[in-house]
Design a protein around this ligand. Structure first.
Ligand SMILES: Cc1cc2nc3c(=O)[nH]c(=O)nc-3n(C[C@H](O)[C@H](O)[C@H](O)COP(=O)(O)OP(=O)(O)OC[C@H]3O[C@@H](n4cnc5c(N)ncnc54)[C@H](O)[C@@H]3O)c2cc1C
Length: 492
């Protein structure tokens, strides 16, 4: 006979009552609903505010004037954080927009449209408390003695005045860097860089031109092979991400629309070092290289480009043999070198201690060595940090605090300005087939992760780092559009 104890029901408290469970679910639903309403409300409020900027204070001759050179990561981060109640600001840049460079490789194959990652500068300057003047022009010279800069309108359409000089009280140099070519003839002529909007446009056009020319009537097999050989020089994040995007384009779209050519398209990545992505952990390097192998992207490490011609490059391979590699499209992503303006300034300040060929030397307060009232941030400065958007952004934000400190000191307050300290937030790279790699700081160590979940993380990080709600909306829309309809294969 069963014992009486066995038939006793378990204590009521240990099983949640259905009624309680429902009320908890209802409460959770309400929280989610309120959150969604709050987010939509905030989004609408933000959009309204962005489109209806408030009145701005005029230029104030009693305030000091900061001239800011550039409209990239460093400059915009500085401008966004700067309190313009304290200063007059003039921005000089040949680009009247900010470009979100990390998503530029996605634009070369049409996963994202270029305008989605561009933010007009006026959308930022018009929201500052004081009117910020913007001159779409290039700074051609800096005279630290007279504290003036020369600017030139380098756009196609010019007015009666296209060159002038402007004085500054403080100068912030944030002009970024040029593409490193190692002085090799043919690179600028035949290769495509991947730094600016027009580079991505050029790559997209040339890529489709190569594909269509390969499909031309009675095209020779050798030419088909050459035209469909896409060569990327440089195994850093830019080169790797471009090769990855190209692979996705091939798999998702070219195989559908060009079935007769798709299997002939070949991607080769050339890198002088023993591996790609040298800033990542060895585990992620291996993961990237094995993913590339699976995706049939050939990786030639320890291989140095020696000559660049219009249809082929000559390389010295790992065994020190000279090999010719015919190509249809050549993308050059081998890093940075100083821009002509920075070089000119460095030469002027040589006696003041500017003796590095790699960029402007600055101290831990971003002051340019050998100059008065001049600061440099981002890729134009040579520091112990990597030339990344992360560093440029933190330097820009920090410099705005320096200027805040200077303004308070001028008011007679006792303000201490601390030196710059960089906080590394991790490195991320997309490697194709919906996979990404991430090296993230964790406690006092590092976490290395790779795969599809990292790819979702990669996307969410980029979205959260975009400067405006508008950009986020456009990029998410582009991602959805290319998933649903495929990428556009028309040649512009
Ligand atoms: C394809 C690509 C992907 C990248 N991905 C990442 C990433 O994922 N994460 C990351 O941290 N970093 C990334 N980077 C690096 C990052 O973009 C740079 O480190 C960052 O742009 C540096 O900021 P900057 O302000 O110094 O220069 P930039 O952003 O290049 O801005 C320079 C500005 O100066 C202007 N300028 C140039 N010459 C003059 C002149 N003579 N007078 C006035 N203005 C001038 C330019 O028009 C531009 O507005 C990537 C870079 C590229 C190219």
């Amino acid at each position: 006979m069963a014992t009486a104890g066995k038939n006793v029901a378990p204590p009521v408290a240990s099983a949640p009552q259905p009624q309680k469970r429902w009320s908890r679910l209802r409460a959770l639903k309400r929280v989610v609903q309120l959150g969604a309403v709050g987010a939509v409300g905030y989004g609408a409020y933000d959009i309204y505010n962005k489109r209806h900027p408030a009145e701005q204070k005029p230029f104030d001759p009693t305030k000091r004037t900061i001239v800011l050179l550039g409209s990239g990561w460093g400059a915009i981060s500085f401008l966004k954080s700067l309190n313009t109640d304290d200063y007059n600001v003039i921005v000089v840049s040949p680009r009247n927009y900010f470009l979100f460079t990390p998503l530029l490789p996605s634009c070369t194959v049409g996963t994202i449209e270029l305008r989605s990652i561009m933010e007009p500068l006026r959308f930022i300057t018009r929201h500052k408390s004081r009117n910020v003047k913007f001159y779409e022009s290039e700074c051609t010279d800096i005279d630290p003695e007279s504290k003036t800069i020369s600017i030139a309108d380098v756009s196609d359409i010019k007015g009666a005045v296209s060159n002038t000089t402007i004085p500054y009280d403080y100068l912030v140099v944030a002009v970024g860097a040029d593409n490193q070519t190692f002085g090799m003839a043919g690179v600028r002529e035949y290769a495509c860089f991947l730094k600016e909007v027009w580079d991505a446009q050029k790559i997209r056009t040339r890529l489709m031109d190569c594909v269509e020319s390969a499909g031309f009537a009675s095209q020779t097999p050798e030419e088909v092979e050459r035209l469909l050989h896409m060569v990327v020089v440089g195994g850093g994040p830019t080169g790797v991400e471009y090769a990855a995007e190209l692979h996705d384009f091939l798999k998702d779209d070219l195989e559908v629309w060009y079935p007769e050519l798709a299997d002939k398209l070949k991607i080769t990545l050339v890198e002088a070092l023993p591996n790609v992505l040298p800033m990542f952990s060895s585990q992620l390097i291996q993961y990237t290289e094995s993913t590339f192998k699976q995706n049939k992207i050939e990786v030639l490490t320890k291989t140095m480009v020696k000559e660049v011609a219009d249809k082929e490059i000559k390389v010295m391979d790992a065994n020190k043999n000279m090999v010719s590699i015919p190509y249809g499209l050549l993308v050059w992503a081998t890093g940075n070198c100083p821009r002509p303006l920075a070089r000119k300034l460095m030469a002027r300040l040589k006696e003041g201690g500017q003796n590095s060929p790699r960029g402007l030397l600055i101290d831990e307060y971003m002051r340019v060595k050998g100059a008065q009232d001049m600061y440099a941030i981002g890729d134009c400065a040579f520091t112990k940090y990597a030339p990344t958007a992360q560093v440029a952004t933190q330097q820009g934000k920090y410099l705005s605090r320096v200027f805040d400190g200077l303004a308070r000191i001028e008011e007679g307050q006792n303000k201490k300005i601390h030196p710059f300290e960089y906080t590394h937030q991790g490195s991320l790279a997309y490697i194709g087939s919906d996979r990404a790699v991430a090296d993230l700081p964790f406690l006092n160590g590092n976490v290395s992760v790779g795969g599809v979940a990292t790819y979702v993380f990669w996307r969410s990080v980029y979205i959260s780092h975009m400067f405006s709600f508008r950009n986020r909306f456009l990029v998410i829309g582009d991602w959805m559009k290319s998933k649903v309809f495929g990428r556009d294969v028309s040649r512009e």
